[in-house]
Design a protein around this ligand. Structure first.
Ligand SMILES: *[C@@H]1O[C@H](CO)[C@@H](O)[C@H](O)[C@H]1NC(C)=O
Ligand SMILES: *[C@@H]1O[C@H](CO)[C@@H](O)[C@H](O)[C@H]1NC(C)=O
Ligand SMILES: *[C@@H]1O[C@H](CO)[C@@H](O)[C@H](O)[C@H]1NC(C)=O
Ligand SMILES: *[C@@H]1O[C@H](CO)[C@@H](O)[C@H](O)[C@H]1NC(C)=O
Ligand SMILES: *[C@@H]1O[C@H](CO)[C@@H](O)[C@H](O)[C@H]1NC(C)=O
Ligand SMILES: *[C@@H]1O[C@H](CO)[C@@H](O)[C@H](O)[C@H]1NC(C)=O
Ligand SMILES: *[C@@H]1O[C@H](CO)[C@@H](O)[C@H](O)[C@H]1NC(C)=O
Ligand SMILES: *[C@@H]1O[C@H](CO)[C@@H](O)[C@H](O)[C@H]1NC(C)=O
Ligand SMILES: *[C@@H]1O[C@H](CO)[C@@H](O)[C@H](O)[C@H]1NC(C)=O
Ligand SMILES: *[C@@H]1O[C@H](CO)[C@@H](O)[C@H](O)[C@H]1NC(C)=O
Ligand SMILES: *[C@@H]1O[C@H](CO)[C@@H](O)[C@H](O)[C@H]1NC(C)=O
Ligand SMILES: *[C@@H]1O[C@H](CO)[C@@H](O)[C@H](O)[C@H]1NC(C)=O
Length: 568
C-alpha cells in the first residue's frame, strides 16, 4: 500500500501529538534552599491616574489581597497636567510656579493616588518624577497623544529634561516627602520605597550622566531631610547592568562626591534595574493565522544575569535588597503589535512562572538579595475587552496573568529542593531561551513547618505559542519531617491555570468575543477570572503519605500552571 508523504506524516504526527512527555519532579522537603521570597507582589504602570478610576480601584483591591504586602510603582507622579488618564501619560499638577517664579505645591491628585493604593492595602514604591513643566529646562512640547500604534519616541517631551534649578528640584522632593510623613505618619512612610526617575540611561532622561547623578542626589537629600529613615535606592536602569551604567552608578553612590551635599557618597538602601524579554512574531504559513508569537525569555534573563553579576561584585552592595523595578516579557505595555499577542491567555502566566523562578535561582547563584520582580502592567478604564494591551484585568474581569500572581501569593515557608527532569538548565535558558525541541516543565517547592504545608508550583512553558504534548507529571515527595513522616492522609488542593480553569479569555472566546456582554455573560466572565482548582466543586482530594513519602500525578498542558497545596 502506498501512502503519500503528507498522509504518512500526519499518521506519524497524530500519535506523537497526543502522547504525553513523562516528567518526574523530586521534591526533597529535607533540603532547604532558604526562605521563599515573595517577589511577585510588585506592580506598576506608566499611568498614575487610573488608580482612582473604578476599574483601577477594583484591581488595586485584588492586588492588595494577593498574600504578602503589595507595592505599586508609577511614572508621572510629578508630571504637570489636570490628572486625566491617557496612554503612557498621567499628571498631578503637584508643582507649578507663580508669575514671579515662586513654587506652588498642590498634593491633591498625588493624595488621591496614594489614598487609592493604601485603601486597597497596597503601598507606594515611589518613583520621583517626572519634571514638572514649570521646572523643565526644555518645557515644550510637553503634552502628547500616544496610541497603541504610535512610535514609542513620541513620548519624550519636556518632562524628560533636567530642571532649571536643582535647588528648586531638591526642595520640591523635600516638600513632597514631608507632606507624605504629615499625611500618613513616619511609620507608614518608612515602609515605602523611594527611587529617583526611570531608566535614566535611555531617553527618559534627556541630560548627561552627571546631570542624572545631580538629579538623584538632590532628590535623595530631599527625601532624607524629610525622613532620615526613609528607604531610598535606584537607579531603575533599563537593560540590566546596561554596560557600565549600573556599575558607574554604584561607584557614584558609594564613593563619588554627592552633588547635593559635597559629602562622599549617597545613601543607598536597595538596588533596582529593569529586565525585558524580546518576543517576535514568526511568519509561518503552516500555522493557523499565518504565524505565531515566539517569546524571548532569554533576553530578560540576560538582563538579570548581567545586573546580578555587577551587584555581586560590590561587597557592600551584595546583601542589599534588589527590586527588578520592571520585569516583563516585552518593553511596552500600551503598545499593540503581532508579537505582543501573548498577553490574554496562558502564555503570559506560564512565562512569568518560568521567568520569576529563574530570577530567584539567579539570586541564589550570585548570592544576592532579590526581593521583587515587578510586573509593569495594570489596567485601562474604558478600553475594549481583551484589547491586547499588557494589563492584569479588562473591564474588571481578571485575566489569566493575575492568577499566576495569586498562585505565587499563596506560597509561603522555606524553599526546598525540587528537581524536575523536565526543567531546562538555567545557563541554557539564559543563552538559548526555550524555543527548541524541548519544553520546560519546571518547579518550585516550599514547606511551611508551622502549618505542615507543602507548596509545589509547576509550569509547562515554551517560547512558541504553538500546540505541544502535555507533560505527564509525577511529583515524588520525600524527606517529610519526623512528626508527619509516618503513614497518614494529607489533603491536596490543586490550583490550575489552563484553557478550562482560571481563564476568562477562553470563556470570552467561547461566548463569541462579546464587546458588550449581557449581564449574564459578564457574570460568567467575572467568575472565569477567579483562580480555580482542578477538583472544582469537589474541593480537596486525599493523598496518602507512606513512610514520609508521597506521589502525585497529573497531566499539565503546554502553557499550563499548577499549584499543589498539600496540607498534612
Ligand atoms: C512577607 O515577605 C517578607 C519579605 O520577604 C517576609 O519577611 C515575611 O515573612 C512574609 N510574610 C509572609 C506571611 O509570608
Ligand atoms: C489643587 O489641585 C486640585 C486638583 O487639581 C484643584 O482642584 C485645587 O483647586 C488646587 N488647589 C489650589 C489651592 O489651587
Ligand atoms: C534630547 O532632546 C533633543 C531634542 O530636544 C533630541 O535631539 C535628543 O536626541 C535628545 N537626547 C536624548 C538623550 O534623548
Ligand atoms: C573611590 O574612588 C577613588 C577615586 O576615584 C578610588 O581610588 C578608590 O579606589 C575608590 N574606592 C572604592 C571603595 O571604590
Ligand atoms: C559644595 O561645594 C561647592 C563648591 O565648592 C559650593 O559652592 C557649595 O555651596 C557646596 N554645597 C554644600 C551643600 O556644601
Ligand atoms: C510577517 O508578515 C507580515 C505581512 O504578512 C509582515 O508585515 C511582517 O513584517 C512579517 N514579519 C516578519 C518577522 O517577517
Ligand atoms: C507559615 O504559615 C503561617 C500561617 O499562615 C504564617 O504565619 C507564617 O509566616 C508561615 N511561615 C513562613 C516561614 O512563611
Ligand atoms: C537537585 O539539583 C541540585 C542542583 O542542580 C543538585 O545539586 C542536586 O544534587 C539535585 N538533587 C537530586 C536529588 O537530584
Ligand atoms: C531562540 O532564542 C535564542 C535566545 O534568545 C535566540 O538566540 C535564537 O535565535 C532563538 N531561536 C529561534 C529559532 O528563534
Ligand atoms: C522518588 O524519591 C525517592 C527519594 O528521593 C527516590 O529514591 C526515588 O528514586 C524517586 N523516584 C523517582 C521515580 O525518581
Ligand atoms: C534530614 O536530613 C538530615 C541531615 O542530612 C538527616 O539526618 C535526617 O534524617 C533527614 N530527615 C529526613 C526526615 O529525611
Ligand atoms: C507505614 O505503612 C507501611 C505499610 O504500608 C509499614 O510498613 C510502615 O511500618 C508504616 N510506617 C509507620 C511509620 O507507621
Amino acid at each position: 500500500m502506498h501512502l503519500s508523504r503528507s498522509l504518512l506524516g500526519s499518521l506519524l504526527l497524530f500519535p506523537l501529538a497526543s502522547l504525553s512527555e513523562p516528567v518526574t519532579i523530586n521534591v526533597d522537603v529535607n533540603t532547604s534552599l532558604g526562605p521563599y521570597v515573595p517577589t511577585y507582589r510588585f506592580f506598576g504602570a506608566d499611568e498614575p491616574n487610573y488608580a482612582y478610576y473604578p476599574d483601577g480601584q477594583a484591581l488595586l483591591q485584588q492586588l492588595g489581597s494577593l498574600g504578602n504586602q503589595t507595592y505599586f510603582r508609577t511614572h508621572n507622579l510629578l508630571t504637570t497636567g489636570p490628572g486625566f488618564p491617557s496612554l503612557k501619560f498621567g499628571s498631578t499638577n503637584a508643582y507649578t510656579e507663580s508669575a514671579d517664579g515662586q513654587p506652588i505645591y498642590n498634593w491633591t491628585i498625588v493624595d488621591r493616588i496614594f489614598d487609592a493604593y493604601l485603601d486597597a492595602g497596597v503601598k507606594p514604591y515611589v518613583e520621583v518624577g517626572f519634571m514638572p513643566l514649570a521646572l523643565s529646562s526644555h518645557p515644550y512640547p510637553y503634552f502628547f497623544n500616544f496610541t497603541p500604534e504610535s512610535p514609542y519616541n513620541v513620548i519624550y517631551t519636556g518632562w524628560s529634561y533636567p530642571p532649571t534649578s536643582y535647588t528648586k528640584w531638591g526642595e520640591l522632593v523635600y516638600q513632597w516627602a514631608r507632606h507624605e510623613v504629615e499625611r500618613y505618619g513616619e511609620e507608614e512612610v518608612n515602609s515605602w520605597y523611594w527611587e529617583i526617575w526611570n531608566e535614566p540611561n535611555i531617553q527618559y532622561w534627556n541630560g548627561t550622566v552627571d546631570g542624572f547623578y545631580t538629579l538623584h542626589d538632590y532628590a535623595v537629600a530631599g527625601v532624607k531631610r524629610a525622613l532620615p529613615s526613609a528607604r531610598v535606592g535606584g537607579a531603575e536602569v533599563a537593560g540590566g547592568a546596561s554596560g557600565s551604567y549600573l556599575g558607574d552608578f554604584l561607584n557614584h553612590v558609594l564613593n563619588g562626591t554627592n552633588y547635593a551635599t559635597n559629602e562622599t557618597g549617597t545613601p543607598l538602601d536597595f538596588v533596582s534595574f529593569h529586565a525585558k524579554g524580546s518576543p517576535t512574531y514568526v511568519n509561518d504559513s503552516a500555522a493557523s493565522g499565518g504565524g505565531f508569537v515566539r517569546m524571548g525569555i532569554a533576553a530578560q534573563l540576560q538582563n538579570i544575569d548581567s545586573a546580578f553579576e555587577v551587584i555581586a561584585s560590590y561587597p557592600t552592595v551584595k546583601d542589599k535588597p534588589i527590586v527588578i523595578g520592571e520585569d516583563d516579557p516585552d518593553g511596552c505595555a500600551a503598545c499593540v503589535t503581532p508579537q505582543y499577542g501573548y498577553r490574554n491567555g496562558m502564555l503570559y502566566p506560564s512565562y512569568n512562572a518560568a521567568a520569576f523562578v529563574r530570577a530567584m535561582d539567579l539570586s541564589l547563584k550570585y548570592g544576592v538579595n532579590l526581593q521583587g520582580t515587578l510586573t509593569w502592567a495594570f489596567e485601562y478604564d474604558d478600553h475594549p475587552y481583551f484589547d491586547g494591551l499588557r494589563v492584569l484585568s479588562t473591564n474588571q474581569v481578571d485575566k489569566p496573568i493575575l492568577n499566576v500572581h495569586r498562585m505565587f501569593g499563596k506560597i509561603n515557608g522555606e524553599r526546598v529542593q525540587a528537581n524536575s527532569t523536565g526543567q531546562l538548565q538555567l545557563e541554557s535558558v539564559i543563552e538559548n531561551g526555550i524555543n527548541g525541541s524541548k519544553t520546560d516543565t519546571g518547579a518550585l517547592a516550599t514547606f511551611n513547618q508551622t502549618t505542615n504545608t507543602l507548596y509545589t508550583f509547576v509550569w509547562h512553558y515554551h517560547d512558541d505559542d504553538l500546540p505541544k504534548p502535555d507533560s505527564q507529571v509525577s511529583v515524588n515527595i520525600s524527606g517529610l519531617p519526623g512528626a508527619i513522616a509516618g503513614n497518614c492522609t494529607a489533603r491536596l488542593t490543586h490550583y490550575r491555570i489552563d484553557n478550562a480553569h482560571s481563564n476568562s479569555y477562553q470563556k470570552w472566546l467561547q461566548l463569541g468575543s462579546p464587546q458588550s456582554p449581557t449581564a449574564e455573560q459578564y457574570a460568567e466572565l467575572k467568575e472565569a477570572g477567579i483562580l480555580r482548582t482542578l477538583q472544582g466543586s469537589e474541593g480537596m482530594t486525599d493523598v496518602k503519605i507512606d513512610n514520609g513519602a508521597a506521589n502525585i500525578e497529573f497531566a499539565l498542558p503546554i502553557h499550563g500552571t499548577s499549584l499543589l497545596v498539600l496540607e498534612m
